[in-house]
Design a protein around this ligand. Structure first.
Ligand code: AMP
Ligand code: ZN
Length: 464
């Protein structure tokens, strides 16, 4: 398999440390708000990567963190704690916020057919790991105490910037516009491992440590959780491209200083989802979620389909027009696949020929767009229907588009039919015939369709 490695800036042959086994770490969400569909694009790409490795015969152990403390508004350790900000916004405790948005995240992941990683660990459950690492970094003089906090001393490393493509002065955190300088740092790029002096009196979560009551920085959480569950040698570390600096750069610095050797061989990053104004981000306030798309009547898997039609390394610009086109193509494809006849002989030779082509596509730096084109090719070909069915069924283990799921009768899949019923219900309501309106809603529910009245009109969704 070939994959683009941010560390070497090349598409490389993927070779794990242990033949056939892959240790994979993916940065998880900061649970202070709903995940937006940009964040979820990143989790879709990581899911495809894990499933591709499985399809190519590797067994994968994947670990992900849930950040519920220490991630400040700026990734460069300044600003307010995001969790605290979320708690204040909703007049709740940090723990309530963390629980609520972790559950919401799980729901989004499920809606998008993303596999929940084998290990998912909360940052607040692993404080002792960070303390062990920080202690060792202090002993080795890679870290220092200043103004109450413990910092990593980036000047101790000759290759601190090895993951980034940028010029050093552009990357130095203090030189970024809008980021205030921390006078306790020896070097501008140094970052916090442990805070004891919080700028916020009401910081809710604090733990005892050899340096006083405090809380961990965001970067140390990923290193600590990753090494705890995956050991000293990691094969793949993923995240969105905004994580390259400072987050992943700092993870490498502290992990390799702690271990005394190279930590991870492959760094794989997903490009962003942009809206018309630029990168979709929670700080902009106006962001799209899966539940909002569902409210508008979109199937989350149509969004997954849209993502898979673009390389994970290219910027994807979201627009409703693009999503509508994806919906049309996705519905058409499903309709073609769902009428395939399962009965009959499998043409083994053709099966292998097409399956090898599929493997070549996904092994080519996750070329999912090619893999989808191959489905159309198979559907058009003159191989037996049963062979087509078997191919697409197996490929859907990687694509996870539910191409073969037949959980509704034809009537409930018929949009014209549903829209006609919605119209009849609207008319009944206008005539104040609420009994008929309720009956229409009830009948649709019996057929697997739920109606939702929104300010943009009545939307519907399928019951899974
Ligand atoms: P967060 O919850 O903010 O820590 O982000 C979760 C993941 O989503 C990280 O791996 C980010 O790199 C990624 N991410 C953030 N914004 C976007 C975006 N607009 N498009 C794609 N991925 C993103
Ligand atoms: Zn991380």
């Amino acid at each position: 398999m070939k994959i683009y490695n941010t560390l070497t800036k090349k598409v490389e042959e993927f070779i794990p440390n242990e033949p056939g086994r892959v240790k994979m770490y993916t940065c998880g969400p900061t649970v202070y708000h709903f995940a937006h569909i940009g964040n979820l694009r990143c989790y879709i790409f990581e899911d495809v990567l894990e499933k591709t490795l499985n399809y190519l015969g590797y067994s994968v152990k994947r670990v992900m963190n849930i950040t519920d403390v220490g991630h400040l508004t700026s990734d460069a350790d300044s600003g307010e704690d995001k969790m605290l900000k979320g708690a204040r916004r909703e007049n709740k405790s940090v723990l309530q916020i963390a629980d609520f948005y972790t559950e919401a995240f799980k729901k989004d992941i499920k809606e998008l057919n993303i596999k929940w990683p084998e290990v998912v660990a909360k940052a607040t459950d692993n404080i002792e790991e960070y303390i062990i690492i920080i202690n060792e970094l202090l002993n080795k003089e890679y870290a220092y105490q200043s103004g109450g906090n413990i910092y990593f001393d980036t000047s101790k490393l000759v290759d601190y910037y090895k993951l980034t493509n940028h010029k050093i002065d552009e990357m130095v955190v203090g030189s970024r516009a809008g980021v205030e300088e921390d006078i306790n740092k020896k070097n501008q790029a140094d970052f916090v491992l442990w805070f004891t002096k919080s700028k916020f009196e009401d910081q809710e979560l604090k733990w005892d440590s050899p340096w006083g009551l405090g809380y961990p920085g965001w970067h140390i959480e990923c290193s600590g959780i990753c090494m705890k569950y995956l050991g000293e040698n990691l094969d793949i570390h993923c995240g969105g491209i905004d994580n390259i600096f400072p987050h992943h750069t700092n993870e490498i610095a502290q992990s390799e200083a702690f271990l005394g050797h190279k930590w991870c061989n492959f760094w794989v990053h997903g490009e962003h989802l942009n809206d018309e104004t630029g990168k979709m981000s929670k700080s902009k306030g106006d962001f799209l979620t899966i539940s909002l798309l569902k409210e508008k009547g979109y199937d989350p898997l149509a969004y997954r389909f849209m993502c898979l039609n673009t390389s994970y390394r290219k910027v994807l610009v979201f627009s409703y027009e693009a999503l509508d086109n994806a919906v049309k193509a996705y519905e058409k494809l499903k309709n073609k696949v769902r009428i395939l006849n399962i009965e009959g002989d499998i043409d083994e030779e053709k099966y292998l020929e097409y399956d090898n082509k599929f493997k070549e596509s996904i092994a080519d730096d996750l070329n999912t767009a090619n893999a989808i084109t191959l489905i159309y090719e198979v559907l058009k070909s003159n191989i037996s229907s049963a062979t087509k069915y078997k191919l697409i069924k197996n490929w859907d283990e990687v694509l996870s588009l539910d191409l073969l799921k037949k959980d509704f009768d034809d009537k409930s899949l018929d949009k014209d039919y549903i829209e006609q019923k919605i119209k009849e219900r609207d008319e009944a309501k206008k005539l104040k015939n609420y009994e008929l309106a309720d009956q229409i809603r009830y009948n649709l529910e019996e057929e697997g369709i739920i109606l939702k009245d929104t300010k943009n009109g009545t939307m519907y969704e399928k019951i899974i």
